[in-house]
Design a protein around this ligand. Structure first.
Ligand code: FES
Length: 110
């Protein structure tokens, strides 16, 4: 349906992962065995699924909820195009989108 290109924390290595209908960026990261925890499994309690979205695609995504915004504000290494990967459902329009994994993340559940 859509191919997403993940740029790993080293800033160079890229991995293309194909999304099926309804999958989130966190689902894809797990499918591709990337180094992304997603400790709370999408219940917006950890922020270990922090990802930085390609600025060319960022505005096309549905806006984050208030809860996501709140958790993002507490996220280590926040960038203007940061999102929680568990909250971004991949659509066909996202085909070719780059998603950057941060160098580190903070687990809010600890
Ligand atoms: Fe915990 Fe996304 S998996 S906030």
């Amino acid at each position: 349906m859509a191919d997403i290109i993940f740029v790993l924390a080293d800033g160079e290595t890229q991995k293309k992962i194909s999304a099926e209908q309804g999958e989130t960026l966190l689902d894809l990261a797990h499918k591709g065995q990337l180094d992304v925890e997603g400790t709370c499994e999408g219940s917006m309690a950890c922020s270990t699924c922090h990802m930085i979205i390609d600025e060319n695609y960022f505005d096309m995504l549905p806006a984050p909820s208030d809860e996501e915004e709140y958790l993002l504000d507490l996220t280590f290494g926040l960038k203007p195009t940061s999102r929680l990967g568990c909250q971004v459902v991949v659509t066909e329009e996202a085909d070719g989108m780059k998603v950057y994994l941060p160098e580190a993340s903070r687990n809010m559940m600890l």
